[in-house]
Design a protein around this ligand. Structure first.
Ligand SMILES: *Cc1c(COP(=O)(O)O)cnc(C)c1O
Length: 235
């Protein structure tokens, strides 16, 4: 079998297995599988893989670096493939305009100055669904807002005319039990919904901890390795 056909088969199998795993996590949590959206994070993998996933029916893809995501999204668009792109990485203000050129969702809104830049970019490019990234352990150097800063940040996004405040996102801190992390994120979600009741999305859970995230109420899980395989260290 040609290598590209073999890779496509592998992605099809991995994707089916990942969807099944998310659906059974939902059942175990007493939730309907349709209440959780699967985002496949294609970072470090080529546009051909992302294109194959879209052709296999995967409509939501995630990326964490604009330098990689922008050309990949353009490559897919050139092939007539337009998944919903989710930007999930730390975002610099000077990249906001580029990200707004392809991303429908930004999961990593974590400071007021970024909100202003993103709102201007969204006004020029497309409305953006914004999730507030929370630093659950307060170590904001790895991205995310401190929990105490969420209300002010939520107000700022709610006031931005080209951003829609849709919910919260977090990565479980290293060394934390996933259930502790995601229960705390659920509390943050409640707090943000006092500002914007429609901000019901909770983006939580990666390949290693998505079942705990689903049990704690995640509405979006972000899976990379489970679908694409292990990532090579970046050259
Ligand atoms: C890479 C990444 C993921 C996917 O991680 P896996 O462990 O490969 O499933 C999810 N969320 C963010 C923010 C990421 O950077």
């Amino acid at each position: 079998m040609a290598p590209d056909a073999r890779r496509r088969e592998q992605l099809r199998d991995n994707l089916a297995r990942a969807r099944d795993a998310v659906a059974s996590a939902c059942r175990e949590a007493g939730r309907e599988p349709e209440t959780v959206r699967l985002i496949v994070v294609t970072k470090h993998f080529p546009a051909d893989d992302a294109a194959a996933l879209v052709e296999l029916g995967q409509s939501d893809l995630g990326e964490n670096r604009d330098q990689e995501a922008a050309p990949k999204a353009a490559e897919l668009a050139g092939r007539g493939l337009e998944p919903a792109w989710h930007f999930v990485g730390q975002l610099q203000r000077n990249k906001a305009r580029s990200v707004a050129g392809y991303a429908d969702w930004v999961h990593s809104v974590d400071r007021v100055r970024l909100v202003e830049a993103l709102d201007r970019a969204a006004a020029a490019e497309r409305p953006i669904n914004a999730l507030l990234q929370v630093s659950l352990d307060g170590d904001t150097s790895r991205g995310g807002a401190a929990i105490g800063d969420l209300p002010a940040l939520a107000d700022k996004v709610a006031e931005a005319s080209s951003l829609r405040l849709r919910g919260v996102m977090a990565v479980a801190p290293l060394g934390w039990a996933p259930s502790k992390a995601f229960d705390l994120l659920a509390k943050c979600s409640e707090r943000v919904r006092t500002v914007e009741p429609a901000a019901t999305e909770i983006s939580a859970g990666m390949s290693g901890d998505f079942a705990a995230a689903v049990a704690a109420g995640a509405t979006m899980v972000r899976l990379g390795r489970n679908v694409l395989g292990e990532r090579e260290p970046m050259a």
